[in-house]
Every structure is written in C-alpha cells, then in structure tokens.
Design a protein around this ligand. Structure first.
Ligand code: NAD
Length: 278
C-alpha cells in the first residue's frame, strides 16, 4: 500500500492529505462505509454534527481495532450552536456521540455572517477554549472568505489551522487559497470531484486515458499536487478503493494547469456570504 502524504499544520499537528468524507451517508450505511475506508487504508475521516452520523463514525473507528491515535477525525460545529454556551454543549455532544475524549480537528462549519449579528468571533474564541484544553488538537474554520479570516486574524489569538472550502476543477478558489497560504492555513477541498459533476469533462477524460487512471483519480491527484487536503465521499466499496489508489502516478505541471484552467467559478453548494440556514 502506498503511503498517504501528511501535511503539517501551523500548530505542528500532522494530517493525512487524503481522507474519507461522510456527508450524505445515511447513519445506517455509515459503519459499513467507514469500516471499508479504514480497511482500505484511509486514516482520516471528515464528519460533522450536521451530517447526523458522528455516532456511527465513532462506532466504526472503535470496531476497526486501530488505535484512536492512528485515525485523524474532524467534526464541525453546527449552525444553530454558534453562541458560546451552545457551542460548548455541542462540542461535548460531538465527543460523546463519537465516543472520543478529543477530536483531531474541530471546525466552525459556516461563518453565517448574516446571523448572530455577524459575530463568528466569539464562536471562534470558544473553539480556542477547546484547543487550549487539548480536547480539540487543532481548530479551524469552513467556508470562510478572506474578509472573514481577516477578522479572526485581527481579533483573536489562535489562528485557524485549516479552512475547509468547496474546491474542484470548476471552482478553483485561487483567491481564498492564496490568502490561506499567505497566512499559514492549510486548505481542505470539499466536494473535491464536484459531487461527480466534473468527471465527464473531456479534458479530464483525455488526461485520464493518457495516464491510465479514472477521471476521479485524476481529479483527486490534481488536488494532491496543488497541496490541498481532500476527503471524497462514496458508499461503493470499489469507488472507496479507487479514490484511495492515487499515489502510484503523477500529473505533469501542464496537466495540473490544464485542469485548473477549467475553472468557471461554479459552486455546487451555497455561497458562504449568503448562506444563513440555522
Ligand atoms: P464529492 O466531490 O466527494 O462527491 C461525492 C459523490 O461523487 C458521491 O456521492 C458519488 O456519487 C460520486 N463518486 C465518488 N467517488 C466516485 C468515483 N470514484 N467515480 C465516480 N463517482 C464517484 O462530494 P461531497 O461528498 O459533497 O464532498 C466530500 C466531503 O467533503 C463530504 O463527504 C464532507 O465530508 C465534506 N463536505 C464539507 C462541506 C462543508 O461545508 N464543510 C460541504 C460538503 C462536503
């Protein structure tokens, strides 16, 4: 099995660059899917309170026989819980559902700039408490735009270790990625294959044919070579394996540039400046 590269976060913690995402996996299918992923070699699972499957993720990790320390698990604060007391309660509940005494990474799921009087800063300060107590080994944000990140930078003490944002060949997010790199924040790419939408693209298809890999493998490899962290989702065992099998080939600089040039600023998910569902 080829080793998955690790990325060192700005606090010295290490994260596997490839993980397994469980958004839209039904709780009844989650133990099986995560168990398949762990058997395949994935050691990084991305869940969230919003996904409703933290309990089953925890069960699969426990059942795997792996040491807790050998699996990197991320969860996220749900939108209704941004007020500090709610965030403290929600964090306790995430740990309890997972059956863990710490999370490797805990994120604010959405900035919700039009809710809570635009105050995601006190929410962030509450995550700083989790970090200082050691119950969150790293803390970060998701769906934050540069202007949101700038506020955290200016008004708080612990810089986010990661920003998890939608990125795929049709949404390359060069501005947000550039800001994160400049401020030593790792970038995590959600919906890395655009929920399947980018896989029929002829440019990706022709590169896949030439390197003798599938379109999904080419797109995941493109993320890896750009330095981003990815966690594709699937419940199909053959795809779970296919998405892991991306470390025995490389793309040329020209291939990477050609895929990046497919950008059309096309989101599959909501605009973080407008999203307000709590
Ligand atoms: P994705 O880009 O990983 O696509 C998943 C879909 O693509 C699957 O449902 C399946 O239909 C298809 N697929 C997977 N592997 C395939 C393959 N090899 N060949 C063909 N089709 C394949 O989309 P996603 O699930 O939205 O994103 C991945 C993870 O990112 C999520 O599970 C979650 O952990 C995270 N995420 C985070 C946020 C956020 O707001 N922070 C939002 C969405 C997703």
């Amino acid at each position: 099995m080829t080793a998955v590269p690790h990325i060192t976060l700005n606090n010295g913690q290490s994260i596997p660059q490839l993980g397994f995402g469980v958004f839209q996996i039904e709780p009844k299918d989650t133990v099986e899917a995560v168990s398949t992923a762990l058997r395949t070699g994935y050691r990084h699972i991305d869940t969230a309170e919003m996904y409703g499957n933290e309990k089953e993720v925890g069960e699969a990790v426990a059942k795997s026989g792996l040491d807790r320390a050998d699996v990197f698990v991320t969860s996220k604060l749900d939108n209704p819980a941004h007020r500090p007391d709610d965030a403290r309660r929600a964090f306790d509940e995430s740990l309890e559902a997972l059956g863990f005494d710490y999370l490797d990474l805990f994120l604010i799921h959405w900035p919700l700039p039009t809710k809570y009087d635009g105050d995601f800063v006190s929410t962030w300060r509450t995550l700083e408490e989790f970090y200082r107590s050691g119950r969150a080994r790293s803390i970060g944000v998701s769906n934050f735009q540069p202007h949101h990140l700038r506020r955290l930078h200016e008004e708080t003490e612990v810089p986010p270790a990661v920003n998890q944002i939608e990125i795929h060949p049709y949404l390359t997010q060069d501005d947000v990625r550039g800001f994160c790199t400049e401020h030593q924040m790792a970038v995590e790419a959600w919906s890395p294959i655009g929920q399947g939408r980018v896989l029929d693209d002829p440019v990706i298809g022709s590169i896949a044919k030439r390197v003798d890999k599938t379109p999904a493998q080419v797109v995941l490899r493109w993320h890896i070579e750009r330095g981003d962290i990815v966690f594709p989702k699937s419940i199909t065992p053959s795809r779970i394996k296919e998405n892991f099998d991306i470390f025995d080939f490389e793309l040329s600089g020209g291939d990477v540039a050609e895929i990046s040039a497919l950008n059309k600023n096309e989101r599959t998910g909501p605009d973080p400046d407008k999203f307000d569902r709590v």
